[in-house]
Design a protein around this ligand. Sequence first.
Ligand SMILES: *Cc1c(COP(=O)(O)O)cnc(C)c1O
Length: 364
Amino acid sequence: MEFVNLKAQYRALKVQIDERIQRVLDHGQYIMGPEVAELEEKLAVFTGAKHCITVASGTEALLISLMAIGLKPGDEVITTPFTFAATAEMIVLLGGKPVFVDIEPDTCNIDASLIEAKITDRTRAIMPVSLYGQCADMDAINVIAKRHGLAVVEDAAQSFGATYKGKKSCNLSTLGCTSFFPSKPLGCYGDGGAIFTNDDALAQACREIRVHGQSVRYTHVRVGVGGRMDTLQCAVVLAKLERFEWEIKQRRRLSERYRELLNALVGVQLLALRKDRDSAWAQYTVFVERRTSIQAVLQAQHIPTAVHYPKPLHQQPAYAAVSRDCGLVASEQAAERVLGLPMSADLSYSQQDRVVAALRVALA
Ligand SMILES: *Cc1c(COP(=O)(O)O)cnc(C)c1O
């Protein structure tokens, strides 16, 4: 059993993927080929956002977004410590300061009610992370941002395909950033990512920053990066898009099934799913005690698990010094207890039953 079954996905889509890759090899436009614009158009339609700018990775999407809003050294960005390092990393890389706000203990997403108390004269933006595929309370966050004139950058690396009050993740704030890392809900076969926005000026800025700040070739109107997504990777995502709606439905079906099966187990606490949103189920994460021993029991039966994340960022050496935060108790407790179970559209019911049976044994 695999944590994310990419081989079965390839088998199901082999004809489309091979054909798409071959087409790129035949036309030879490896950088900014026609598949780049085609993918950007399709993803914009999918999310409902006016603009989509594909970039080299999810990390690059965050970096370019923060550059586009003009983040300066000393600026503060409010975010969650319970996330992948890239979220805070790009803030620090630009000389900014991540200001960590604790999470809701039941969803593991940033607690919107704690944000306003952390706003200062130096605050420039709020960066919620749609962790495990479920969006944070974006309406509440947008209201606070509007009141204080702040940008909202959604780290939607794990939530492409999720909805919040009927609207798609990536189209819920000033800028939305996603990742096409192979194991994300919509993945390519290497690195890739995308930025979404409804703001024409920000879209233009992101497009320029992506290609070394060029407005037209060899006219560098600003400082940028080499942040393009390869044509080949765009071709892979285009092929995978054909089945993506089905995959999201399948992930939802599997998560509901996990919920039913695990509800009966003592010693497993399920993540809360808010009524006004649908997760993309990038991960199926539960809370357990004695995590290490449970993982060992599952591993012995060849059932892979994962911990996202074992330490909140304010406790990581690289960020402890820049953050100086305390009182992030919910994040610290979640880091001790979260356990990710195998999840992908191609996980079979019998595999899922095996996972649950092994957990039952491990908890006994
Ligand atoms: C995966 C991930 C990223 C980084 O995306 P890459 O494409 O790997 O650069 C950023 N933030 C979160 C929350 C992620 O899960």
